[in-house]
Design a protein around this ligand. Structure first.
Ligand code: ATP
Ligand code: MG
Length: 577
């Protein structure tokens, strides 16, 4: 490709709405253009990157025994009603009507469609196991589309679905996919961690996410990990706690209600009483699936909302507003303000206590009276109904590994893929069954396996860049090398560049010849910004028979003969897997 013909417009500045590196770089280097919120045009350079990622994914999925198909992007409401997700999915599901008033949606994922396909054609145990996948655009009306391709509304995903007759079969395929994912991300030049993650309220399910570890702002997930190999998303991580004072017997000799004026926060209360916060029971009101739930936790710790939501058996969670708390108080005949709320006297409302609460003795708790607390108390003194214990605690760095006991470390991660044991979550409600050896019917045991193709491309930029631009791993770079003649009017420079260009093309190296009549500085800047893994500069030294060979990743520059550069590049490209 000649740069003069390549459809790319680099920008002088980063776009104003870009917050993270990959969005800034991809927009400025001319890879993407925003069409509307969370929806992007993939321009030719971007499309080349995406196709390379797709091809790696395709090769590895095929090698792992999966079969590619393509399902429609528009889906009918009826199938979503069968699975029960038409109501459960919420506003991310983009719903629309056709001219006959038939209600449809844009596919955010394809469990319903694939289950219906299986139901039609997968009738016997003899046809299983089978794993079907597609690579396609998805649409999710995300609340906060942001970070460019990392969290778009329209994005490209690989989604695979497996069908088995047993849990053992599913487990085997799950491991098979985990291995395929590792190979895929390795080949994309991405260092990933496979971490345990939340799999929703349905008990028994297992899921893992593949995280690109990053120190940029784009990491939306906290990952806790240990050198022993334990790694989990914060929404699923568990830990052992450092020792703490959890019995207040040295502070309180009797159980009583005392005045604690203006102690609205835990800090104020622990200062006022001169006690460690580990002796305070914190009570928080959440709204889970539109209904209030009270969470109890040792006050030095925070609640992990996903864990709480799962413990409450819900699909949606948020902290209650002060108006909602006031309403709850009125309903129970109290008028306490936040800071003084507690489980005492709260009827007909689920109360979920974190495991940390079990060990607390002679502690301090709000009793729904403003400016008062009960001290030296125990849960049994409070007459709490509907109490349930669960691990709803957010793990913190410095907690200990649940497996080996060493201190856990924390880092940020971008989720590029996940694997999920679905079991019969879809096959059961959709009555999608096969016949076993004895002619008895059973729902399929399913798994699903996603990879964000467009997110993977953006994550690669988050992991490989410097202040000058992108540093693509060679396996997914739009082109392998750019040849830059410093002065296109110089006959020898141009002839050498053209000759190398032709030789490289012939050998299958993806090469751009920067034949623009621009200053060398401009061409170098664009080359760095676009992120070609290699740059060959043909300048004055060509009179002595040398060109400059630069590796983008390391910045290393070598002076070599043109034929050596060509040979080198051919070798490198041969080695790409
Ligand atoms: P997230 O928690 O980041 O929203 P998810 O759990 O909703 O992801 P899945 O529904 O399992 O993800 O989708 C599979 C993959 O698709 C994810 O691992 C991610 O790489 C990608 N993906 C999901 N949502 C988006 C999005 N809005 N934009 C780009 N890629 C996405
Ligand atoms: Mg999501």
């Amino acid at each position: 490709m000649r740069m003069s013909k390549l459809f790319v417009q680099t920008l002088r500045e980063f776009p104003a709405d870009a917050e993270v590196i990959s969005h800034k770089m991809l927009a400025r280097a001319g890879y993407i253009r925003k069409l509307t919120s969370g929806v992007y045009n993939y321009l030719p350079l971007m499309w080349r990157v995406l196709k390379k990622i797709e091809n790696i994914v395709r090769e590895e999925m095929d090698a792992a025994g999966a079969q590619e198909l393509l399902m429609p992007f528009v889906q009918p409401k009826e199938l979503w009603e069968e699975s029960g997700r038409w109501d459960a999915y919420g506003k991310e599901l983009m719903r629309l009507k056709d001219r006959h008033d038939r209600v449809m949606c844009l596919g955010p994922t394809h469990e319903e469609i694939i289950t219906a396909i299986a139901r039609d054609g997968l009738k016997s145990y003899k046809q299983m196991p089978v794993n079907l996948y597609q690579i396609q655009s998805k649409f999710r009306d995300e609340v906060r589309p942001r970070y460019g391709l990392l969290r778009g509304r329209e994005f490209i995903m690989k989604d695979a679905y497996s069908f088995d007759t047993s849990e053992e079969g599913l487990d085997k395929e799950y491991q098979n996919m985990a291995r395929a994912y590792k190979r895929i991300f390795d080949r994309c030049g991405l260092d990933t961690k496979m971490v345990q993650s939340d799999s929703g309220a349905i008990g028994g399910s297992v899921s893992h996410e593949f995280m690109v570890i990053t120190d940029t702002d784009a990491g939306e997930n906290d990952v806790f990990y240990c050198e022993c190999g334990y790694a989990a998303n914060s929404n699923h991580a568990v830990s052992k706690l450092p020792a703490a004072v959890v019995d207040g017997k040295d502070y309180f000799t009797e159980t009583k209600i005392i005045d604690t004026p203006n102690t609205h926060s835990i800090e104020e209360l622990s200062k006022f009483l001169n006690i460690p916060s580990t002796l305070i029971l914190k009570s928080l009101v959440y709204i889970v699936d539109k209904k209030p739930v009270i969470a109890l936790i040792r006050a030095d710790r925070a609640v992990e909302e996903t864990k709480l939501m799962n413990a409450a058996g819900g699909n949606d969670i948020r902290i209650a507003s002060s108006a909602e708390i006031a309403e709850l108080m009125t309903e129970h005949g109290f008028d306490a303000v936040p800071g003084f709320i507690g489980p005492k006297g709260m009827k007909n409302i689920p109360i979920i206590a974190d495991e940390t609460v079990r060990e607390m003795k002679n502690f301090v708790v709000g009793i729904n009276q403003t400016d008062k607390h009960q001290v030296g108390t125990n849960l049994s003194d409070l007459g709490v109904e509907n109490l349930q214990y669960a691990d709803i605690r957010l793990v913190e760095a410095g907690d200990f590994c649940p497996e080996c006991g060493k201190p856990l470390k924390v880092t940020k991660g971008i989720e590029v893929g996940n694997i999920f044991k679905l079991g019969t979550k879809y096959s059961k409600p959709m009555n999608a069954v096969y016949l076993d050896q004895n002619g008895k019917s059973h729902p399929y045991i399913m798994g699903c396996y996603g990879i964000g193709i467009s997110r993977t491309a953006a994550a690669a930029v988050e992991a490989h860049y410097d202040e000058h631009g992108i540093k693509w791993p060679i396996s997914i770079a739009p082109y392998h090398v750019v040849i830059v003649p410093v002065n296109i009017q110089d006959k020898l420079q141009m002839e050498t560049a053209e000759k190398m260009y032709e030789e490289l093309k012939k050998a299958g190296v993806e090469v751009v010849l920067d034949d623009r009549d621009e200053r060398a500085g401009v061409k170098f800047k664009d080359a760095d910004l676009i992120g070609f893994p290699y740059r060959v500069t043909v300048g004055k030294t060509i009179t002595e028979g040398f060109v400059e060979y630069k590796t983008r990743e390391t910045g290393e520059v070598e002076t070599v003969k043109p034929e050596v550069a060509v040979e080198h590049l051919i070798e490198i490209v041969k080695k790409i897997k």
